[in-house]
Design a protein around this ligand. Structure first.
Ligand code: FAD
Length: 445
């Protein structure tokens, strides 16, 4: 084993959460190392996603006030139902009304690699060291406390606090002995298609909307809910991205054949909307597989695993903070990264890295106005049950509640709590929010 350098903080993972934690620690004057197994930050995260507005509003100020590489503002969600292979109805749609939308957006689509690279560059600017192409394969433990990592190159890197931001994989957390791997029932395997499409065509077909396609299980076209997700189409600057997901194992114990995803796509590509509006205008660029622990929050045993231990804090997906309700994990990765950094700074200043000191991290996660609401909202499970019942009216009601205009019913109270908390801290934040929407609109244009 080669002895390497020693740091105050090592952050494992330069996805969405790791660079945020690394930047905050480095900014506070701590010697900080950010480790990433891929050759660039964000390379091993999903290729692209939509980051909801509340991540930007209530997450790090330097992201809000910065110029991150966003792709396209999103100001609406279109729900499209499929019956007998035909898209027959667009309803329940959620939209920020003109003239506010699309300038006031409900989220921004981004490609992960440039976005996470931008985040990591901000961490490096603040003084963090970034090491790419380096995986943590084990942890160093002394007297039950985590004191660093061992890399795939056999190097021992020591630290006073380890921040685990490794995403869904959970290798570090399991090696540290504080979490069990996710159960396959909570992990969704996604098959993503990335297509080039001209901006004018995107403007005409998608506008500033995400498109969600829903079908009853008998269509055999979309993973029956409860076993996977609907088809999502997300527009970018000059491309669109689509996803269908499926659990590694169904709730009833059945292990599903992942080849099914190809069959769902084959059928989806036959629908009228795809054939008439998309197919003539797109060119396939990439086909990507990825996994996300999307339902962790719906199972108390998965949700309630520890988020800290002796000398270690877990954030984002590694801590089970994927938002089960709406399949968004970036905002909670950012919120938890900030709280983890704040806790690490306090702990190092106090010279106490014990689990009992670090337990304040878990308490703060639970006290956050949005995190628990986002990860434990049951509406996806309700959707799954509606699909199983075969009652289309019930399913539409559930789609409306989860993705339609009634989304505000359950999202509004925690968002309002977060607004209240921020304004109480400093009312000038409202101006910074409005400036952000304007600046991001200009960045896009
Ligand atoms: C298909 C799909 C679609 C999604 N869509 C959305 C969406 O639209 N909106 C949204 O908000 N969220 C979405 N998510 C969820 C979101 O991507 C995650 O919740 C978010 O990336 C979590 O951030 P993180 O920092 O915890 O982990 P990640 O962003 O996954 O980062 C983990 C990083 O750690 C690195 N790493 C892992 N193990 C090691 C190791 N041992 N040593 C060194 N480095 C390591 C990885 O390479 C990676 O860079 C989606 C996820 C998937 C899979």
């Amino acid at each position: 084993m080669m002895a390497g350098a020693e740091y105050d903080v090592i952050v494992v993972g330069a996805g969405f959460g790791g660079p945020v934690a690394a930047r905050e620690c480095a900014q506070a004057g701590l010697s900080t190392l950010l480790l990433e197994r891929a050759s660039t930050p964000g390379q091993k995260v999903i290729s692209s996603c939509t980051i909801p507005f509340y991540g930007f509003l209530f997450g790090p100020e330097w992201i809000r006030n910065g110029e991150p590489p966003i792709e396209r503002p999103i100001s609406g969600i279109r729900n499209i139902f499929i019956r007998d292979g035909k898209t027959y109805r667009v309803d329940n749609s959620f939209r920020v009304p003109a003239p506010l939308g699309p300038r006031i957006a409900i989220g921004y689509t981004v490609y992960c690699r440039p976005f996470c690279t931008w985040l990591a560059e901000r961490a490096v600017e603040a003084g963090a060291e970034l090491r790419t192409s380096t995986a943590a394969v084990d942890v160093i433990k002394e007297g039950g406390a985590v004191r660093g990592v061992i890399t795939d190159g056999g190097e021992e890197l020591r630290c006073r606090i380890l921040i685990d931001a490794e995403g869904v994989q959970n290798l570090v957390a399991t090696r540290a002995g504080i979490r069990k791997p996710y159960r396959p029932e909570v992990i969704e395997l996604c098959l993503l298609y990335d297509f080039e499409m001209g901006k004018e065509d995107i403007d005409r077909v998608c506008g500033y909307n995400l498109e969600y396609f829903w079908a009853m299980p008998e269509e055999g076209m979309i993973a029956p809910l409860g076993r996977g997700s609907a088809v999502y189409i997300f527009p970018y600057r000059e491309s669109i991205h689509m996803t269908i997901g499926q659990f590694l194992k169904a709730d009833d114990g059945e292990v599903l054949n992942v080849k099914l995803l190809d069959r769902y796509y084959e059928k989806f590509f036959q629908t009228d909307r795809w054939r008439d509006l998309y197919e003539p205008r797109v060119k396939l660029r990439a086909r990507i597989w990825d996994t996300c622990p999307i339902y962790a929050g719906l199972y108390p045993d998965q949700r309630n695993m520890p988020t800290f231990g002796e000398g270690i804090l877990l954030l984002g997906d590694a801590a089970g903070l994927e938002a089960a309700a709406i399949a968004d994990g970036v905002p909670t990765a950012w919120f938890s990264a900030q709280i983890a950094a704040q806790t690490a700074i306090e702990s190092l200043r106090a010279g106490d890295t014990s689990a009992s000191f670090l337990s304040r991290y878990d308490r703060r996660l639970r006290e956050h106005p949005l995190i628990t609401a986002l990860i434990s909202d049951p509406h996806r499970r309700d959707l799954a049950q509606a699909a199983k019942s075969g009652d289309e009216a019930e399913m539409r009601r559930r789609v409306n509640r989860g993705w339609g205009i009634r989304l505000m019913g359950h999202l509004a109270p925690p968002v309002m709590r977060a607004v209240y908390r921020e304004i109480r801290r400093d009312a000038r934040v409202v101006k910074s929010w409005l400036d952000m929407f304007n600046r991001y609109w200009r960045l896009y244009a």
